[in-house]
Ligand binder design. Structure first.
Ligand SMILES: [Zn+2]
Length: 135
């Protein structure tokens, strides 16, 4: 899929936005951004939340695991979404808000890295952080 995206992106006009339908995992988002994709959408952040999991920089937290049942920590200490600023990991209902914020922050960082000319380093750092996911 990514090889095809790379090839197709090179054939498209550089002055037009490129849309990729259905990519929502952080690693996949970074791959298609690197290929030149500008827009994408996915149900993954909200679907993941409905299954009881949060997308975080510490990895994917499966909050149905017993170890989180009484965990007083926020989902993501550095996140400013309503789920993280107002509730503990023991509280599951705001996962969609958090997962959407995560993806928005991931792509905000990608935009800034592209403007600085350091997307490759940004992607490498993100993938390293995401490699610890609680799968
Ligand atoms: Zn959050």
């Amino acid at each position: 899929m990514f090889e095809t995206t790379d090839r197709v992106a090179m054939l498209l006009p550089a002055d037009r936005p490129r849309y990729f339908m259905g990519i929502g995992d952080p690693e996949g988002i970074l791959e298609v951004i690197e290929a030149g994709v500008d827009l994408f959408d996915s149900v993954l952040p909200t679907r993941t939340a409905r299954s009881g999991a949060a997308i975080t920089w510490q990895g994917r937290l499966n909050l149905r695991n017993a170890r989180y049942a009484r965990d007083p920590e926020p989902l993501e200490p550095a996140c400013d979404c309503p789920a993280c600023t107002g509730y503990s990991r023991a509280y599951l209902r705001l996962l969609s808000a958090h997962n959407l914020r995560f993806v928005l922050e991931l792509t905000r960082g990608a935009r800034e890295a592209i403007e600085r000319g350091s997307f490759a380093a940004y992607k490498r750092d993100c993938l390293e952080r995401l490699s610890t996911w609680d799968r």
